[in-house]
Design a protein around this ligand. Structure first.
Ligand code: SAM
Length: 248
């Protein structure tokens, strides 16, 4: 997250910051204004718990959009030693995504980031649950987050449909610039401003956006900016606290 909480931060009408300098792992000072300050709303919920258990308590067809960033299943450990629950197994995948499918209204969208090295597994689980892949997003980094067989310079997410959603009035481009957050609240923190175009395209004002792998609450920050409600679920108490502090 950027520490830039200035209400005068320069955002374009679409919610994307006007960015002058991109940060990189070598240039962590140059963090763009990825955070979006807004007043809290009483309808929003941040829940500490395992999402499969928590989702079982939500009614069928009760959320308008899912926007989520689950574990990539890569046993991630950040340079400062932070790790991610369930990043070492796929047992949670089918139970959680089948509950997600149930609580999503018919003819709506789910956007899910995923780990490219487990693409087959993610796709087979999503399809088994009933989701239909209808798009794919790539965010291009100005820096490599890891260098092995290739320089790893992108993040990725699938656009999944439940039923036949109405086509968006203004579909976003499926290649977007990546915005580095500094990962201060969470080791794989997404920029709230990167999520805004997705929420704007695939939901309407007043809708409820669900993120069952909420981490530091980036989806909540973006939903609030877009005048949507949010339900966030996070299993790790430290990240739950970070999300609660950020959004409350
Ligand atoms: C990739 S991170 C999300 C980071 C988030 N997008 C952000 O910007 O901060 C995935 C999160 O899912 C959480 N998680 C893993 N398994 C979970 C489960 N079964 N229920 C709820 N949260 C879970 C992890 O603790 C982690 O914070």
């Amino acid at each position: 997250m950027s520490t830039n909480q200035d209400q005068n931060s320069p955002f374009t009408p679409s919610g994307l910051p006007i960015q002058t300098e991109l940060a990189s792992d070598n240039n962590p000072q140059a963090i763009p204004p990825t955070e979006i300050p807004q007043a809290p709303s009483p309808g929003n919920r941040i829940i500490l718990g395992d999402c499969t258990q928590v989702l079982r308590q939500l009614p069928d067809a009760s959320v308008d959009m899912v926007l989520t960033d689950p574990p990539y299943v890569v046993r991630y450990r950040s340079s400062d030693g932070r790790s991610i629950a369930n990043d070492d197994n796929t047992r949670w995948m089918f139970p959680s995504f089948s509950e997600l499918y149930r609580v999503l209204k018919p003819d709506r969208y789910c956007v899910s980031f995923y780990g490219w090295s487990k693409a087959e597994r993610f796709l087979s689980v999503w399809k088994e649950c009933g989701f239909r892949p209808v798009g794919h997003f790539v965010w291009v980094k100005r820096y490599a987050s890891c260098v092995r067989h290739a320089q790893m310079k992108h993040e990725q997410a699938y656009l999944l449909a439940k039923g036949e959603p109405k086509l968006p009035a203004h579909p976003p481009a499926d290649v977007q610039p990546w915005q580095y957050t500094g990962n201060r609240l969470h080791p794989t923190q997404k920029a709230a401003s990167s999520l805004v175009p997705l929420i704007e395209a695939y939901s309407r004002p007043g809708d409820t956006i669900l993120d069952p792998f909420a981490g530091s609450g980036s989806t909540g920050a973006a939903a609030r900016y877009c005048h949507r409600q949010y339900i966030l679920i996070e299993k790790d108490p430290a990240y739950y606290q970070a999300a609660a502090a950020r959004l409350n």
